[in-house]
Design a protein around this ligand. Structure first.
Ligand SMILES: Nc1nc2c(ncn2[C@@H]2O[C@H](COP(=O)(O)OP(=O)(O)O)[C@@H](O)[C@H]2O)c(=O)[nH]1
Ligand SMILES: [Mg+2]
Length: 185
């Protein structure tokens, strides 16, 4: 039989299957910690902003690519805890629970780490694969705040990345971790 170089049965199966679903990564954290700056750094400007269904709360979604791994990225409204008080917090909680992201980037202000760590613990406890993004490290350093990221990572059992997203600092380390985490889903 002539070798035509491909199996027509396999080819048609590929042609008719739905495109694979992209992994979902969610950025969460208190208001004003740099979530949207990080979102923009990772996605560029191809984003859609829409109201979360049934609410007036805006949620920004985009597609990001890190070292050829493509994923959906969502920038959630500010939240202080998984027990919601505000409508923004309710939306963020619903989004986490209903969309079950493959990875959660918890962005915190490194200057106010103690106030923000409870949410990290709640996310871990709720079973989310979580990365702690210690943002605003430039300001923390300036204010004399030192954070031992390695120790924190060992204690929490999750990756911890110091960043200053506004200045692009720490982005490569964060991308390495996102890439590694999505690769081993
Ligand atoms: N100094 C400094 N400012 C930052 C950094 N990341 C974000 N910001 C600033 O913090 C403010 C809040 O950022 P934004 O991304 O809107 O926070 P969000 O509310 O968490 O989305 C903005 O003025 C940013 O320019 C950072 O790493 N260092
Ligand atoms: Mg924002």
């Amino acid at each position: 039989m002539q070798n035509i170089g491909y199996n027509p049965i396999e080819m048609s199966a590929v042609a008719h299957s739905a495109p694979p679903k992209l992994p979902l990564v969610a950025i969460v954290g208190n208001p004003n910690v740099g979530k949207s700056v990080l979102f923009n750094k990772l996605t560029g400007r191809y984003v859609t902003v829409s109201n979360y269904p049934g609410t007036t709360v805006e949620v920004t979604k985009g597609v990001a690519t890190v070292y050829r791994v493509k994923f959906n990225l969502v920038d959630t409204p500010g939240m202080y805890s998984m027990s919601p008080i505000t409508e923004e917090e309710r939306v963020s909680r619903r989004l986490l629970i209903e969309d079950r992201p493959d990875l959660v980037l918890h962005v915190v202000d490194a200057k106010n780490l103690d106030r923000m760590l409870p949410l990290t613990l709640q996310l871990i406890e709720a079973g989310f694969k979580t990365v702690l993004v210690l943002n605003m490290m430039d300001e923390a350093t300036h204010a004399g705040v030192h954070v031992d990221a390695l120790h924190l990572s060992n204690v929490l059992g999750i990756p911890v990345v110091p960043t200053a997203c506004l200045h692009g600092h720490g982005m490569e380390s964060l991308k390495d971790i996102v890439h590694g985490s999505l690769g081993s889903r």
